[in-house]
Design a protein around this ligand. Sequence first.
Ligand SMILES: [Mg+2]
Length: 296
Amino acid sequence: MRGNMRSATTGVLQNIASSFPANESLEIYRRMCISRHFELGLVRAVKEKRVTYPVYLSLGQETVAAALSMVLRDFMIFTQHRCHATFLCFGGPAGKLRDELMGLPTGTSGGRAGSNCIQCHENGVTMFGHHGLIGENVPQAVGAALGSGRPVVCFFGDGAAEEDYVVAAIGFASTHRLPILFVCEDNDLSILTPVEKRRSWRFGDVAASLGMKTVEIADDPWTIADRARELKNDLPAFMNIHVCRSNWHVGAGTDGAPEWDRFSFVESELGMLGLGKEAAAVKAESADAMEALWAP
Ligand SMILES: [Mg+2]
């Protein structure tokens, strides 16, 4: 299954990418670049011991937030613990995230929460962070959708999908037809244990049995944006998106090269779309901004 997800959009320009206006494709890529270069600066800061909080890096998983932030503009956001890309792509100020990770009072939670609990209530963004109990954000998101009537996007991981209160909350959302998009960022790992060793069932089948539309897709950003555009008009709904985490569950280390790197695939496809020069400029600008942000 994972191999299929990797090869689904590798090396061949997909029609769906060609159907997007150039400015949208470049904006998705810009958001990916901001997230990637923020995290690369954070890795350096961890190695230099300027950041000592445990960090949950979004490296490798950037496309989900980059694509969905283009589509779900007015949605309230409930994140999982790995949420830097979500915060940055939806419009959170990068300086406040850096300050939170450095434990400074100017951080998103006054420097008291750290990497897994990032909030945002500015720039038109309403984002609630995670507090440490895996999957807790799912019933909270459902309650927020019920109480406010506002559309909500709720991110969780493939490990959280195994918690009973997550299933119960999604069932409640389905029964009451709440305006919520559930997004499983499925990196195939619960810390270090792959899905196939943990369960024999797919969460998409569970969500479908509870009565909502579901999709199971690779982390190609054009596909993610396209499917989200369709699903947001028929909520509640569920997306299982196969991503590839580049770094450890927590911390800046790696266990060798990742299985795939969607970032490089997207760069190839932008080249095939004739946008290579513009993409290079976007990347350079984002890299410079994030390097300045993390300068000692
Ligand atoms: Mg996982």
